[in-house]
Write a protein that binds this ligand. Sequence first.
Ligand code: MEV
Length: 437
Amino acid sequence: MLQPVSGFSKKTKDEKIDWLVSSYLNNDSDSKNVLKQYWNNDEKLQKLHDGFIENTISNYYLPFAIAPNFLINGDLFTIPMVIEESSVVAAASNTAKYWLERGGFKAEVISTTKNGQIHINFYGDDLAIQTFFSETKPTLIKSISEIEKNMKKRGGGLLDIVLVNTTDSLEGYYQLHCTFETNDAMGANFINTCLEEIAGTFESTSKLFADFISKNEFPEVVMSILSNYVPECLVRAQVSCPVGEMSTNDMDGNTFATKFIRAVEIAKVEKRRAVTHNKGIMNGIDAVILATGNDFRSVEAGIHAYASKGGNYTSLTDAKIADGNFIFSIEIPLAIGTIGGLTALHPLVKFGLSLLQNPSAKKLMKIIAVAGLAQNFAALRSLITTGIQKGHMKMHLVNILNNLDATQAESVKSVAYFKDHTITNSAVANFIKQLRK
Ligand code: MEV
C-alpha cells in the first residue's frame, strides 16, 4: 500500500519525479521522458517558471497565437491569445476582419473601483459598533498610510471604508466594506495587505472602546479578503453598422440581424443557453487574460456573478436594431492589471503586453471586452447560418490527423477530401486507412 510522503517540497525535481513514477506509474521510463521533454534547456528560464508555484516537475505548454486586424476606437491591434480550443483564434481573426470593414469596435471603461471586505462577528448593540466605527475610521485609514504610499503617488489607494450591518442575512454578521483604486495593477496583494492591516487595527482598537468594555461584547474579525465580484470595475464594448451591410454566409442583412438578435434574446431568458453563450465569450476573454498574465479564475468568477446580478443568469451581450443600425454590445466587470504579478516576470506575457503597445489597465480592459464580444459574434454568426461544427471540425482536422500520425502527403489529401465531406474521427481514420492500403 502507498505510504504518505513527508518533506516532499524539499526534494529535488528529480527526486520528486522518481518518487512519483515509482509510486504511481510502475517506474515507467516513458512517463519520466514525457515530463523531461518539456524542461527548458535555458536554466534561467526554467528556474523562473519553477519559481511560480511549488512542486513543479515540468512545464505545460499551450499555444500562443495572435489575432490581427482588431480596429478598436480607431487604433489597430493584433491581439495575443493563449488557448487550446482549435477554432477560437480563427473565429476572432474572421470577426476582426468583418468589423474592420464596418467601422471597427468602440470600447469605453465605465468605472475602475475594486473592493474587499473585513468580515466581522458582533452580537452586541448596533449603536455601539456604529459609534465605534465612526470614531475609529480615521485611525483605520491612517493605519495603512505606509502601505498605500506608492499607490497614492500613482493616484490610487483606499477610497473609502463603510461599516455594513449584514445581520438581516446572518445573525451577528457585520462587514467593513472597503473600496480601492489600483490603477494599472490588478491590486490583489495591495488590497489584501490593506485589509489585513485595517482588520488588525479595528480589532486592537475595539479592545479600548468603553462601550464594548462595559458590556464585555467585542467585535471579532472572521477574515479579510478582496472580492472578485467587481461590478464597479466595468467596461463596455460595441459594434454597429447599418442592417443592410450585415449580409453574411448567403443571408441578407435584415434576415441575419433579426435571427442574430433572436439568438441573443434566447440567451437572455434561457439559462441553459446563456451559460454556453457566455462560455463562448469567455473563450476570447480567457485567451487574452492568459496571454497578458492575468488571473483567469478571478475574472471568470466575477463575470459569471455579474451575469446573474439581476437574480437570473443571463447573456452578457445585448443586440438590437435602432434607427436602421444593428448594435451589438457587451458589458463586463474586469479587475485586471498590466503591471505587477506575472506581467514583469513571464517573458511571453511581457511579449504579449508589448505587442499591445504596453497598454494601461484601462486600455487592456477595452481590448479584452472586444475579444469577448468578437468571440460571441463569431459563435452566433456560425450557429445561425452554417452551424458551429463545420468551422470547428475544419480546424480540429489537424488534431485528428496528428493523432493518426498522418504524413504530410496524407494530410494534404485529407484536407482536400474533407473540404466537402463531414469530418468525424472515424471518417478521417477510414480515409487514412484507405490511403495506406
Ligand atoms: C464553444 O467553445 C463555444 C460555443 O458553444 C459558444 C456558443 O454556443 O455561443 C460555440
